[in-house]
Ligand binder design. Structure first.
Ligand code: NAD
Length: 358
């Protein structure tokens, strides 16, 4: 099934409104999720709506919460997401960081207790649009671990995303935005929902043997998601845990914390202004020349050309904006069920669904 972005945003906004969110928070969260779909990351798109609605119902997500500053020493700020929509408190933390980095040249903002922040690239892109560089270490807590440390078949970590964005004059920023697991857990969920295999090398079964069957993550006996890039990816995942979780959140995956089945992100974010270094122009000269140099490299077998981080998302967005967003039937049924759970009547659901192509 293909759905156009605009009616999908409206429908998801209606679901969050029915679940008790205010208009601005409902729309911001819906827009963020649909943008993730447009950028090709269905793992972090509207397929998350059932989780969000469920967490509102269970009292794990406060749809009216905003970011609160707990400590501010100028270049270091500790903020609390107060279990609000990650999309709202994450944007508020990014805006605070942008304003402060313009004054100080560099700011480190720790955001704790954010409900799922979604696509971390969204916050990095906001900083880059303001001409700033940003680096984000994020951990994920509140439910059981999913990812094995390198060398084990047991789950100890989460998919802990890491993100860096660099602004670029006259073009989109360069955005490296990735899970530190071999693939994002949401991609395993999408494969499971659509009955497809996941790529080789991402999953281990219960016995520690490689498998491409996503059921190993959802059905007993359960296996684990592996880290990307063997011990290097595992090392980066651990640093996300220690910096995003340990330093900013004081909440890591270690078993001293309760796991109640919610999704909380803690993020340590560095935002810096290139003008505090050799200046905007000198930096951009190197950025543009280096990107040209890299992209000019001859493609190897099986590749059409070299891309830079963030480019696949722009390509997906151009295609999906024109053709619509593909959603598998199981994921869509789960969104409709979430709409009912949020309290939307069948007529409102039919109207929302009926308008999906318009
Ligand atoms: P991915 O593997 O699709 O892409 C990772 C990065 O590699 C992106 O920056 C992409 O632009 C780049 N890339 C991909 N193909 C490329 C190519 N051919 N050449 C150059 N660069 C290329 O992404 P992922 O690891 O599946 O993560 C998906 C999303 O999930 C991210 O937005 C991440 O923030 C999000 N995420 C969020 C959480 C959370 O708890 N909130 C957890 C995990 C992941």
């Amino acid at each position: 099934m293909l759905i156009n972005a605009e009616p999908l945003c409206r429908f998801v906004t209606e679901i969050f409104l029915s679940a008790g969110a205010a208009q601005a928070a409902a729309k911001e969260t819906a827009d963020h999720l649909v943008l993730a779909n447009l950028k090709g990351h269905d793992s972090h798109g509207v397929g998350m709506v059932p989780t969000y609605v469920g967490n509102i119902g269970r009292g794990n997500l406060d749809p009216s919460a905003h970011m609160a500053v707990r400590r501010d020493t100028g270049a270091v700020v500790l903020a609390d997401g107060c279990f609000g929509f990650g999309q709202v408190v994450g944007r508020e933390a990014a805006d605070l960081a942008i304003a402060r980095a313009r004054e100080t040249g560099l700011v480190c903002v720790g955001l704790r207790n954010a409900h799922h922040l979604g696509r971390i690239g969204t916050y990095a892109e906001r900083c880059a649009e303001a001409g700033l560089v940003s680096v984000h270490f994020v951990n994920v807590v509140g439910h059981d671990p999913l990812v094995s440390p390198w060398g084990s078949r047991e789950r100890r970590l989460q998919t802990n995303p890491f993100c860096v964005a660099v602004p670029r004059d006259g073009d989109s920023p360069i955005v490296l935005d990735m899970a530190t697991s071999a693939i994002a857990m949401g991609k395993v969920r999408v494969a499971y929902m659509s009955g497809k295999a996941v790529p080789d090398g991402a999953l281990l079964d219960h016995d520690g043997m490689p498998t491409t069957d996503p059921r190993t993550m959802f059905e007993a006996p359960r296996g684990a998601l592996g880290p990307f890039g063997t011990y290097k990816g595992y090392g980066l995942a651990l640093m996300c845990e220690l910096l995003g979780g340990g330093l900013a959140g004081e909440w890591t995956m270690q078993p001293g914390h309760e796991r109640i089945g919610t999704v909380v992100n803690n993020m340590l974010m560095f935002v810096l202004d290139p003008r505090a270094f050799g200046g905007h122009e000198a930096f951009q000269r190197e950025v543009l020349a280096m990107v040209d140099y890299v992209k000019g490299a001859a493609p190897r077998n099986g590749f059409d050309r070299v891309r830079i981080p963030g480019e696949p998302e722009r390509e997906a967005m151009a295609k999906r904006s024109a053709e619509g967003i593909p959603i598998d039937d199981n994921s869509w049924q789960a969104v409709l069920e979430a709409a009912r759970q949020a309290g939307m009547g069948e007529d409102a659901i039919r109207t929302g669904v009926g308008n999906r192509d318009g």
